[in-house]
Design a protein around this ligand. Sequence first.
Ligand SMILES: [Zn+2]
Length: 284
Amino acid sequence: MSTRLEEQIRADIVEAGRRMYERGFVASNDGNISARLDERRLITTPKSVSKGFMTPDMMVIVDQDGRKLAGDRDPSSELPMHLEIYRNRPDVNAVVHAHPPNATGFAVAGIPLTRAVLAEVITTLGSIPIAAYGTPSTAELPEAVRKYIKAHDGMLLANHGAVTCGPSVMAAYYKMETIEHFARISLVARMLGGENLISREEVERLQGLRGMYGIAAPAPLCADPDAPGGDQVLCQVLEAPESTERLVPEVNAVLRQASRDGEIRLTYGELTALIADAVKNLRD
Ligand SMILES: [Zn+2]
C-alpha cells in the first residue's frame, strides 16, 4: 500500500520525466530521477525506459545503499550518483539527471556556466561548475559529483550531461530547466560577441534577496576564486568583476585581470579566435 505522499512523488517523477523528454533534455532511455520517501527509502526511475512514457507503477524502491526493496524493474545504473548526493546533502529530497543539449554542449566543450549574467540564475543556482569526466555507471561519476555537491544544486558532468537536486522532484526538475535555458542564452550571447557580466556588488545584492523569495542559498561565494581547494568544494566560484558599474563588458574583466597580475589570461577558445582573426587580417 502506498501512502498519498508516495503517490504524489510517483506522479511528480512521471511528470518531470514527461517534460524532460518533451523538451529534448533526454533521448532514448537516457536520464534518471529519484526522490526520498523517508529516512531509509528512496524511489527511482527504472533502467531501460523512456522518461517520456513512464507510469507511476514502474518506479523502483531502494534503500540508502541502492539495494532494491520493491518494484518489478531494476534501478538505473546511475543510481550510485544519486545516492552520493543524498549522502552529502541531508536537505535534498530529489535528484534529476539528464542530457540537455545546450548544457551538455558546454560540458563537452569543457566550459563551466560560472559567469554572473542572469539574476534568476544567480539567486537560484549561483554558479554551475563541471564535474570531472567519469565512466558512466562506475564509481568515478559519484566521486566526481562529490567534489561539488555540498556547495552546488546543479552541475555539468564533463562529456555527459547535467545533474540537479532540490527539496522536491519538481524543484530539482526546474533547476535542470534553468540550467538548460541559461546554457542556451550563454551560447547565443557568446555567438553575438560575449556577455556583459553582473558586478560582484550587484551579485551580493541579488543573493541578499534570496530570503525575500524563500530561496535557500546553496553556498557562499569563494573569497579566493582561484583556490576553492580541497577534495570537496564548500564555496562557489562566480565570475563577477569588482566594479562601480552594475554591468561590466567581458573584455574589461580580462583587462582588469591583466592589470592586476601583469599577465593576460585567455581561454583556449579566445586565443584561437585571436589567431584566426590575425591570420584573416594578413590574408585580406
Ligand atoms: Zn547520463
